[in-house]
Design a protein around this ligand. Structure first.
Ligand SMILES: [Zn+2]
Length: 239
């Protein structure tokens, strides 16, 4: 039993290393996805700003055309002023001219606002564009790093898996099955140390009687809380 126990512990060490490699790679890939999403988000904003700029420019042209036609209208009314017969007609023309001038002034004010909006958006587009460029550069670096890591991981994993195969052959079938099931159900940790009566898998106390059995190391007991197999450990392992 003591031999089986130490083989299981060794196997767990290998499986933890394999898991760690997989986790590192998964973290790297998650980072890539996060960076890609951030770049996409900025690009979407740039597209939105560009479309707002386009609309503002179109509106400005429309207003400029209106002003031009209204200026012509004013000139026409002004020349008519010379030939009016009655004071009423004269006053009515003057009023029309004033009204038109006022509405042109409103158009000019709107043009100024539009130009300010366009200027500020163009600034944002250029800033976001620069941020995108540097984020894309960083992304490329991270991608290269992860590609390299992925090759290294494959290699290391391959070696570990070979060692695992050899190791697992030495363990009796029933224990092997129990171990693999736990590994699958308990997040990659099937056998765990017990330090001062505390299971290091779930950090719950185990009953004193059971802890005494674990101390003896004559049988493979399961933690009553997490069901992981247990062995006695004297001190916390350095990570
Ligand atoms: Zn436990």
């Amino acid at each position: 039993m003591k031999e089986d126990l130490s083989r299981l512990i060794a196997l767990q060490e290998i499986d933890l290393q394999i898991k760690k490699l997989g986790d590192e790679l998964a973290n790297g890939q998650a980072e890539i996805l996060k960076r890609q999403a951030s770049i996409e988000e900025k690009k979407d904003k740039i597209v939105k700003h560009a479309s707002t700029i386009e609309n503002a420019e179109a509106r400005r042209k429309e207003l400029e055309a209106e002003i031009e036609s209204e200026v012509a209208h004013i000139k026409d009314r002004q020349s008519k002023l010379m030939n009016v017969q009655t004071n009423r007609e004269y006053q009515s023309l003057l009023k029309e001219i004033e009204e038109t001038k006022k509405s042109n002034k409103r158009r000019e004010e709107e043009i100024v606002l539009l130009m300010e909006q366009v200027e500020s958006l163009q600034k944002k587009v250029s800033e976001q564009g620069n941020v995108c460029k540097s984020e894309e550069k960083l992304l490329t670096e991270v991608e290269e790093k992860i590609t390299l890591l992925s090759h290294e991981t494959e290699e290391k994993k391959g070696k570990l898996e070979k060692t695992r195969e050899q190791q697992i052959k030495k363990i009796p079938e029933n224990l092997r099955r129990r171990y693999d099931q736990l590994l699958d159900k308990r997040n990659g940790l099937a056998i765990t140390g017990v330090i001062n009566g505390v299971c290091q898998g779930c950090f719950m106390n185990i009953p004193a009687q059971q802890f005494n059995e674990v101390l003896k190391g004559e049988q493979l007991l399961s933690c009553p809380t997490c069901q992981r197999m247990m062995f006695h450990q004297t001190a916390a392992k350095e990570d």
